[in-house]
Design a protein around this ligand. Sequence first.
Ligand code: ATP
Length: 235
Amino acid sequence: PATAPFLSVRDLEGWYDESHVLHGVDFDVNAGEVVTLLGRNGAGKTTTLRAIMGTLAKRRGSVRFNGRELIDLPPRAIARAGIAFCPEERGIFSSLSVEENLMLPPTVSQGGLSREDVLAMFPNLKERLSSQGTKLSGGEQQMLAIARILRTGAKFLLLDEPTEGLAPVIVQQIGRTLSELKSRGFTIVLVEQNFRFAASIADRHYVVEQGRVIDMIPNEELEANIGKLHAYLGV
Ligand code: ATP
């Protein structure tokens, strides 16, 4: 029998106060996959991640993860269930040093990577252990943000535009990191504007438009669908 998806999102709706922005998002993520959420600015990609993580207060529908319904749980319980969220603004403590940031993972469950493990993965950070968060480059901040969520023990990662504003060489480095995480069995949902980056690491792409998922494109069919995708994204 087919195994259930690791994450199954059904008819997910979400609001900011009275403003209804998610209108029934549906998608699945299988264990070990990297999937992207693509779409225009304001389509609802970030809000979808926030609704899954529970940080969007007003939400409805179904988020089944690893056999459990999460829709009514608070963010802390969702984190404990094994999901980690790396927001676009990165969620590091800028007044603390790299070392301190690595010592204060947001929520700990079993199986988090050790300090040594994450430093082996991000050798740049090793040189900057005593530097304050604000003194780091954008790339170093992003690496620290990912290192922090790997410390939590979550095996399911929600990453919001990790490459935004970074130089191409750093983008490549982040790509290698995500590929390594995939090969280690992590499952990743990635909101991404950088199309070529998305194509270089993802298995499948979901297209979000006006608070709904309107299409799914397997990565191997991306080239053949490039015209359609440009129309979706307005590029
Ligand atoms: P972007 O790439 O611009 O972040 P997105 O697809 O992630 O795009 P969302 O950030 O999820 O889009 O936004 C979806 C809708 O919700 C947009 O209309 C946006 O203006 C609105 N929105 C986002 N954040 C808030 C907020 N904090 N309060 C009110 N409305 C918001």
